[in-house]
Design a protein around this ligand. Structure first.
Ligand code: LLP
Length: 442
């Protein structure tokens, strides 16, 4: 049995964490334990807005961001939230209100930030291995903080663009520190075999070239060693190498002001951690230790660690079926709504939203969606309380890399998203209509 459901059975109070909590709800037929987001019971949201539905807790987002701010309070830093994790305008606005800058990787993300929080443009870092001239120009005109350049060719392209526009760009090179981190191969980035960054050994020469360009101002170094990394040692290793590079660059006369640490701090998808502040504290020590005494301004690009546990995907059971003894729970969300299980074999905890029936009657099921692919599953051989048609399930830790990776595959309209703050609920993306699916087509 998955630990979280076990915890739930034994003592629902242990499940409590910022954002999502089981509470007694006096319903018409007696008192039930119901999963709440902040102060709002999830069944009420399902009833009002339908399913599948992404539900985010503003409280959890704020608390997680605050944990980051507290952990880094002793060093000059800016948190540039990685927009790719969840790019909803209301989420960006919430983060901007709490003081965040942003890490963007496309013109689309840049424009999202400008639409949500135009005042934060001076706190935008532009990352990504394939920025087009159009995207570079848009960022130059907007006046972002810094470009994280990933190759010699991109450096030349950026120099050309700045000359045409006569605008100066602050530049960092994203270096590849050749540090191995234990994560899924699709999201590891820090080894020389990966497409990201420039080898640390060739960085000095490239910096010297950058310094020659009239409108480029060398200002930083950057790194991102991968995502969903839960051991802080590889971060420290990368920062030791980066600190050496900073010293070498300064000896060359380069004015290095910023060190961009990237993102990548993982979350625990198996069980909720209630020691997040301590965990981020360890991460902060690993990252800042090697930089001590360098008078650096740190840029941090967390995505998942801020948003992941702050969201759930709420889905309703459509049908149950058995094939030769194998049991399936078919739900109304599918791989087009949440692709992580299909793409990375990612584990997401799933809980029954209403805990009424005798919880000792568990069954082992595959939780699957309606899409015509065997890869359309959320859980395999998972023990869950016995469900009935119409029952609600919450797929946990889906606030990051959930909605942003959704698609219209099988011509399924995208889910709606709601943001809950205390008792208040705001629809932050309306459910797509069938017509939205083909409105851009001829
Ligand atoms: N900075 C850079 C340059 C990145 O490439 C990424 C993520 C981040 C920051 C944010 O990393 P985070 O703190 O969220 O780990 N779709 C995958 C994750 C892909 C991450 C790509 N880059 C997943 O669902 O696990």
């Amino acid at each position: 049995m998955s630990r979280r459901n076990q915890v739930l059975r034994n003592s629902h109070s242990e499940f409590e964490r910022p954002g999502f909590v089981f509470r007694k709800e006096i319903a018409s037929r007696g008192a039930n334990l119901m999963l709440h987001c902040d102060d709002v019971p999830l069944p009420a949201l399902a009833k009002r807005y339908g399913t599948p539905l992404y539900v985010y807790s503003a409280t959890a987002v704020r608390q997680r961001l605050k944990a980051f701010e507290d952990a880094f309070r002793d060093v000059a830093h800016t948190i540039c939230y990685s927009v790719k994790a969840n790019s909803n305008l209301s989420i960006l606005r919430l983060l901007a209100k709490s003081g965040c800058g942003f890490d963007v990787v496309s013109e689309g993300e840049l424009e999202r930030v400008r639409a949500a929080a135009p005042q934060t443009v001076s706190k935008i870092v532009f990352s990504g291995v394939g920025k087009s001239s159009g995207e570079i120009n848009a960022a130059l005109k907007a006046g972002i903080l810094i470009f994280n350049v990933e190759s010699e060719s991109e450096l030349s392209r950026l120099a050309e663009c700045t000359e045409k526009l006569r605008k100066t760009a602050r530049v960092a090179l994203r270096v590849n520190p050749d540090v191995a981190a234990d994560t899924h191969p699709y999201i590891a980035t820090g080894l020389h075999k990966h497409k990201f960054g420039v080898p640390i050994a060739s960085a000095l020469a490239l910096y010297a070239r950058a310094a020659q360009a009239k409108y480029l101002k060398v200002a930083g170094v950057s790194v991102h060693i991968g995502s969903q990394i839960t051991d802080v040692a590889p971060f420290e290793e990368a920062m030791i190498r980066l600190a050496d590079l900073v010293r070498a660059l300064r000896t060359q006369g380069q004015a290095i002001e910023y060190v961009d640490v990237g993102g990548g701090l993982g979350i625990d998808y198996r069980q909720a951690r209630n020691d997040f502040a301590e965990y981020v504290g360890n991460y902060a020590r690993a990252v800042t230790g090697p930089m001590r005494g360098l008078g650096i301004h740190l840029l941090l690009e967390p995505g998942r660690s801020i948003l992941g546990p702050a969201g759930v995907l709420l889905t309703a059971v459509l049908y149950k079926k058995q094939n030769d003894g194998k049991r399936f729970v078919i739900v109304d969300a599918a791989m087009n709504d949440l692709i992580r299980p299909a793409l990375y074999h990612a584990y997401h905890e799933i809980v029954a939203v209403v805990q009424t029936r005798n919880l000792s009657s568990q069954e082992t099921v595959d939780v699957v969606g309606p899409v015509c692919e065997s890869g359309d599953f959320f859980a395999r051989d998972r023990e869950l309380p016995e469900m009935e048609e119409g029952d609600l399930l919450a797929i946990l830790d889906t606030g990051a890399y959930g909605m942003v990776l959704s698609s219209n595959y099988n011509s399924r309209p995208r889910a709606a998203e709601v943001l809950v703050s205390g008792k208040s609920v705001k629809v932050i993306r309306r459910r797509e209509k069938v017509r939205d699916l083909y409105v851009a087509e001829l």
